[in-house]
Write a protein that binds this ligand. Structure first.
Ligand code: 5GP
Length: 213
């Protein structure tokens, strides 16, 4: 077990905004950061791999995991279940590793309640029109489905108070660097870095105020 515990870093945002792409890019440049792999009941899309993109499970398997309280959070998104295994998160945190989660806004709210030190980032599209175009090219969806999804995004945008940061995903490299900067800054927060500085004897193991100096 590490003396510095890892924390959850949630990247949420509308479906189609590019959360997964941004998160995959951040993983490449940020050390000691693990990508959380969710469990879902939806079917794999072409090119998606079991255990890499998701753990694809049956509805019954998922419901059993919920009953056994194995999930740190879970939600129904577009009629499918999605969830994050609690044991996976806690194992990484105890090793001192941060875990980045690409999850929906309901999951983000649950993680915030469970882990008070979580960082919550909301990834924004440059415009709703840009989001519509991305969704259309990805899903090859019908107009009705797209309208429903865009309507959901507009509703979701009214409940963003739980997030600490907003990042706009216009240019991928910029969004990646913004998320990386947030993680790097948080790792320097006094309460996170003090145990390491104390263990190395760089700062004393007791706190004081300027009045006492
Ligand atoms: P997709 O089916 O497009 O991969 O994901 C649909 C939505 O489910 C996305 O907004 C994605 O962030 C969200 N999602 C993926 N995994 C999880 C999870 O473990 N928990 C929650 N709450 N949402 C998830």
């Amino acid at each position: 077990m590490s003396c510095i515990k890892g924390i959850p870093i949630v990247v949420s945002g509308p479906s189609g905004v590019g959360k997964n792409t941004v998160v995959s890019q951040v993983i490449k440049i940020c050390p000691e950061l693990i990508h959380s792999i969710s469990m879902t009941t939806r079917s794999p899309r072409p090119g998606e791999k079991e255990g890499e993109n998701y753990f694809f499970v049956s509805k019954q398997h998922f419901e059993q995991a919920v009953q056994k309280h194995e999930l740190a959070e879970w939600a129904t998104v577009y009629e499918n279940y999605y969830g994050t295994l609690r044991s996976f998160l806690d194992e990484q945190f105890n090793k001192g590793l941060d875990v980045i989660l690409d999850i929906d806004i309901q999951g983000a709210a649950s993680i915030r309640s469970l882990y008070k030190n979580a960082i919550l980032i909301y990834l924004m599209p440059p415009s709703l029109e840009a989001l519509r175009e991305r969704l259309f090219s990805r899903e090859k969806g019908t107009g009705d489905d797209l309208d429903y999804r865009i309507e959901r995004v507009e509703q979701e945008m009214r409940y963003l108070d739980i997030f600490n940061y907003f990042v706009i995903n216009n240019i991928l490299e910029n969004a990646r660097d913004d998320v990386h900067s947030i993680i790097r800054a948080d790792r320097l927060r006094r309460d996170r870095i003090s145990p390491m500085l104390i263990s190395k004897g760089i700062i004393p193991g007791h706190t004081t105020t300027l009045d006492n100096v």
